[in-house]
Design a protein around this ligand. Structure first.
Ligand code: SF4
Length: 317
């Protein structure tokens, strides 16, 4: 039986701009079971990071509901949300930009414990910080160092320790390895995976790189211009990518074995503006299979196999 931790229903996030309404997130729905990972993939500007921020209510949704363990957190007031946020944390892409350069590693990790008055004794707080450092593989000798003195991988470990200090249930990981060297990326992904197993954490893992999330995610949602255009169990998506955009993304992943290589699909055409969108498939201007219908109507996300949904007219019977 599934145990849903997070349920996002018809969430929209629009921004007013001088040129019109920007549809950053446009009617997005998904759920994540406890202890599982949803990878969210797409090009920059597709709305994946905005979705992560809306889910945590760092940005207010324009419409829709966000249920955490059945409770609609979109209706909580500021004080209620502050308390709820302990359970819902975020790990950022650029550790250096997200860490206060004037604070030491110890001070950064201890900060949430102080703000939320979780541990009042400074001695106990230090003990907890050292425990957290050990959990994320940061040696105790870094306790009094500053983030700029450390490499990218260690800085990201600080960000992870800070997020864990609140004993969260759910973490939005926003491109947590994109700024790191490939060898360090694997270490951080392994750490996140180990922490998930140890603590039963639930992740929303945002990335522009499909290859990063294949083994890491249980399910993958592909976003394009504010919409989920395909969502499926990770292996099913890689075995049978169905939306033409997903197929193009997958064809760009280097594969070592010649017999497994897919023909590279190069996308041409202009990306449709997310402002004042026409009623059409958002991918139509770049799609190799677009027909007249694709320019006059918008396909809905439909289930084509258990847990596998696609928004494309080609899949309609
Ligand atoms: Fe391409 Fe049409 Fe499918 Fe959109 S609906 S992805 S334009 S075939």
């Amino acid at each position: 039986m599934s145990d849903v931790l997070l349920e996002v229903n018809h969430v929209k996030k629009y921004f007013k701009t001088p040129k019109g309404i920007l549809h950053a997130v446009d009617d997005v729905s998904f759920s994540i079971d406890r202890g599982k990972t949803l990878g969210v993939v797409g090009e920059s500007g597709c709305g994946k990071s905005t979705t992560g921020r809306v889910v945590l209510r760092l940005l207010e949704p324009t419409e829709g509901s966000i249920l955490m363990e059945g409770e609609d957190i979109s209706k909580l007031n500021e004080a209620q949300m502050r308390s709820k946020r302990k359970e819902m944390q975020m790990i950022f892409q650029d550790p250096l930009a997200s860490l206060d350069p004037r604070k030491t590693v110890g001070q950064i990790i201890e900060e949430p414990l102080k703000i939320h008055n979780i541990i009042s004794s400074s001695k106990e707080r230090q003990k907890r910080v050292l425990e957290l450092m050990e959990t994320v593989g940061l040696a105790q000798r870094y306790y009094s160092t500053y983030p700029h003195e450390l490499d990218g991988g260690r800085r990201q470990r600080i960000g992870i320790a800070r997020a864990l200090s609140m004993r969260p249930k759910f973490i939005v990981c926003d491109e947590p390895v994109s700024a790191l060297d490939v060898s360090i990326q694997a270490q951080i992904l392994n750490l996140l995976e180990d922490l998930q197993k140890q603590m039963g954490l639930t992740y929303m893992f945002i990335t522009h790189d499909l290859s990063v999330v294949h083994h890491f995610s249980d399910d993958i949602a592909v976003m394009y211009l504010g919409k989920i255009i395909e969502i499926a169990p990770s292996d099913a998506l890689f075995a049978a990518p169905t939306h033409p955009y997903t197929q193009a993304l997958l064809s760009a992943i280097p594969v070592p074995k010649l017999e497994n290589r897919r023909e590279r699909i190069i996308l041409k055409g202009e990306i449709t503006s997310p402002i004042n969108l026409p009623k059409a498939c958002r991918f139509a201007s770049r799609c190799l299979y677009a027909t007249e219908r694709c320019f006059t109507g918008e396909p809905e996300l439909r289930e084509i196999a258990p847990g596998h949904k696609v928004a494309c007219f080609l899949q309609e019977k």
